[in-house]
Design a protein around this ligand. Sequence first.
Ligand SMILES: Nc1ncnc2c1ncn2[C@@H]1O[C@H](COP(=O)(O)OP(=O)(O)OP(=O)(O)O)[C@@H](O)[C@H]1O
Ligand SMILES: [Mg+2]
Length: 235
Amino acid sequence: MLELSNLDGFYGRSRALQAVSLSVGTGEFLSVLGRNGVGKTTLLRTILGLMSRTSGSIRLDGSELIGLPTHERACAGLGYVPQGRGILPAFTVRENLLVGTFAAQSKPGPDQGRIAEWVLELFPILREFINRRGGNLSGGQQQQLAIARALLSEPKILLLDEPTEGIQPNIVEQIEQVLIDLNRDKGLTIVLVEQNLKFARRASNRFAILNRGSVSVAGAISGLTDDLIHEHLVV
Ligand SMILES: Nc1ncnc2c1ncn2[C@@H]1O[C@H](COP(=O)(O)OP(=O)(O)OP(=O)(O)O)[C@@H](O)[C@H]1O
Ligand SMILES: [Mg+2]
């Protein structure tokens, strides 16, 4: 489904992502792991086309995305939940969710331009707070809003950047379960950047560890041994 080959990403002249090759098959759940500052966010930003320069190849279902602007990549099927959530604080929950439907507008269907019921059912609190401003929600509720907004773009693949970071434990549990169910029951392909190893292990079938902008180890999640964790992840 998503194939990255020899991918480089630059901030100005500095190369923050180096020769990354990774593939994610349909229905897989890949966790991208690594210590602070190794390039996890940069990897997602490069896939989304948010870097000043990128080289290499990013193919989604065989189509090349390199060279496309970010909104066309979203329309092509990339859903993105950025680190720190990136919701629009002055907009209501409803308005934030409607923004999410824009990328799905090109695909005709029963939910075109509407907030699909099944997404609100995943996060009932959003229905309850539909007319509140995004900025007045708690951090965990904002994260739920960011995930719901990304789902409304009807992505082929959902990319999430540390969705459990800094969030109260009861909402972390809900978010984890929703992502696991989306993958297992709905077959949604997921790439998760995560420092919460317990969650990554429970949810994913594959992992990749980044170090200084490159992939240092990748494989089936069963191969994520304590030795690897000690070598690459423990601070
Ligand atoms: N806007 C930027 N301009 C220049 N360099 C940047 C920028 N953002 C990040 N970097 C650098 O790129 C490297 C990778 O950063 P990145 O944010 O991708 O790390 P990360 O793995 O997501 O870290 P964290 O776990 O803290 O979120 C770091 O060396 C960082 O200093
Ligand atoms: Mg990051």
